[in-house]
Design a protein around this ligand. Sequence first.
Ligand code: BG6
Length: 478
Amino acid sequence: MEKFKMPKDFLWGSASAAYQVEGAYLEDGKGLTNWDKFVRIAGKTFKGTTGDRAVDHYYRYKEDVALMAEMGLKTYRFSISWARIIPDGNGEINEAGLKFYEDLIDECIKYGIEPMVTIYHWDLPQALEDEYCGWESPKIIDDFVKYATVLFDRFGQKVKYWITLNEQNIFTTLGWMSALHPPGKFDDAKTYYQVNHHAFMAHAKTVIEFKKRIPNGKIGASFAYSPSYAINCDPKNAMSKMEFDDLKNYWWMDIYGYGRYPKAAFRYLEKQGFAPQFAEGDEEILKEAASKVDFMGVNYYQTSVCEYNPIDGVTPYATMNTTGVKGSGQITGQPGLFKNPPNPYLETTDWDWTIDPSGLRYGCREITSRYNLPIVISENGLGAFDKKEEDGSIHDPYRIAYLKAHIEELKKAMDDGCEVLAYCTWSCTDLLSWLNGYQKRYGFIYVDRDEESGSMNRYKKDSYYWYKKVIESNGEVL
Ligand code: BG6
């Protein structure tokens, strides 16, 4: 057998999100978002950090894209802020907002970088929250499709790759179950599943609309996938893995991939009184969209271990490590079903995220077997403390080791037969980590700013030069 080689057109990329990089939160007619409001509630983010200025990408996008081009990036995944395009969510279109993204897209194309657009990466026009509680109302479905359609009509000829929703599982879980994201609701399971249903419908109708307008484009959702392992072969732990997968993974991926909810999880929620309500025609729309998606977008950071959790056991609500003090995060779980203890075989990051490169292969294999869809790795990366030396260099061998190990596993997955179209690291420049401030860095490019201030100057880390070689050699030199 010939040694595996990455396909010639493989998209080596990197990703970001509007709120985390742009700043300029009040500029050029942009409306306020749920995040602009949420970060101002005392105690919600690390040291009260906001994205008001973020890393100034709005003003420095040319410099950033030039650095990406020098690194050889084949694709840049970024998100569009709905409130820049339609400031109040469903009214007038703001030309200045469209112009900003058009310029960014053109800048990418100028260097041969394929723009990959995320339509929604968590920043919702606050006006929709005020008008009808945002995702809690089915009204958001048509407003979302209308917003997406504005983007398709304006950018559809220039942008081939589109992602409808970023990590629906995360923004809904943190928003309605643990109050860590806007709208900051706690333990509201009934609303949580209904909100998810609305988000699924927004995704589905957007996919259908997209295919009418841009039949040759590619579209999918990006899911925060945590592949799971049972802690051992005790049948009750094997069962806990099944419960975890149904409720935490397949609940989303089955809709994107098949257009239906996993049966046992739906039944469980029906018994609890939490199952979502369908409107007439929803079932058919979900199925139609699933038959039309082009890929499963995967944000991969870590795997989960599953163990039986007694009814009086741990809950989904626990302290999350947002400080970088190792060991300060707590175990979560679903009483009566599963809990997710640490994996004794694996190391963790300073923010207690399990480091498991082989989980990437495992997850790709699972998606391929279950859905037989191409895969876009839309995020993968290491959040770490970085130090800029006196001479402006940044030595981040830990990030290089992390990415190298993950790419090796990705290649194995592809050699196993998984069709992977793109690999986007998180992230290209350092950026705001929603709850963890600016000290949790992910980029190849160091941005000189901390929680309070900074020059915003850019510096190349060692990993920048390393990824350049990876791309140049199409993954041969790792
Ligand atoms: C994903 C998100 O959850 O992971 C990103 O799509 C996020 O927006 C990234 O920044 C890393 O998470 P965190 O919490 O470390 O910033």
